[in-house]
Design a protein around this ligand. Structure first.
Ligand code: 5RP
Length: 222
């Protein structure tokens, strides 16, 4: 089974979280794309979707799913999205596709966040994948200096502008032992719009595609 097959099986398993007559949130990336491609199989249950990126909105529309603005949708029943890294405590690094700000907003506005991933994304400690920060352009150098002071190595994502018109700094060299704490610290740096740690509001359910099937990990107490 390929990594892509595992992503697809995790995406398929997320369909059971789509409840009839609700508006759902849909993420960004290759795993989320599998979920979008499978949505027509449950079209009768999906009233509409809120997308975390322009790319996902376009793909949803191509598949015949109505796309609405979050401001019109209210609280979403479920948000389904991938991740770059995930721990068994359901803390995540996201933003490899650069959509982290809208992803964090849609996750926050959803009752249940279902993260879908292949087994290579499951890690003991976050940080091997460079942590993305969305940064206001005029703050780029300032934020980079603050990151160096925190022990990280910021690298500007070349030729990339977010859907919000900002830049991405990918931070290498971090070993993230306290993700919720680092998430809060990074959020307090002036000029950082969003950081790619999803720990204070991590996933509620993680569906991991493996060679022997999809493994489900629930947030303790859910
Ligand atoms: C986009 C994301 C994606 O969920 C993350 O990069 C995983 O991507 P993929 O499903 O292609 O492996 O956070 O901003």
């Amino acid at each position: 089974m390929t990594q892509d097959d595992m992503k697809k099986e995790a995406a398929r398993a997320a369909l059971e979280f789509v409840r009839a007559g609700t508006v759902i949130g849909v993420g960004t990336g290759s795993t989320a794309n599998h979920f979008i491609d499978l949505l027509p199989t449950v079209r009768g249950r999906v009233d509409a979707a809120v997308a975390s990126s322009e790319a996902s909105a376009a793909r949803l529309k191509e598949r015949g799913i109505d796309v609405v603005e979050l401001n019109q949708a209210g609280t979403l029943s479920v948000y389904v999205d991938g991740a770059d890294e995930a721990t068994r405590n359901l803390a995540l690094i996201k933003g490899g596709g650069g959509a982290l700000t809208r992803e964090k907003i849609v996750a926050a506005a959803s009752h249940t966040f279902v993260c879908i991933a292949d087994e290579r994304k499951l890690v003991d400690v976050l940080g091997r994948f460079p942590l993305p920060l969305e940064v206001i352009p005029m703050a780029r150098s300032y934020v980079a200096r603050e990151i160096v002071a925190l022990g990280g190595e910021p690298v500007l994502r070349q030729g990339f502008t977010t859907d919000n018109g900002n830049m991405i700094l990918d931070v290498h060299g971090l070993t993230i032992l306290e993700p919720a704490r680092l998430e809060e610290t990074l959020d307090h740096i002036a000029g950082v719009v969003t950081n790619g740690l999803f720990a204070r509001r991590g996933a509620d359910v993680l569906l991991v595609g493996t060679a022997s099937g999809v493994r489900r990990i629930d947030r303790a107490g859910v």
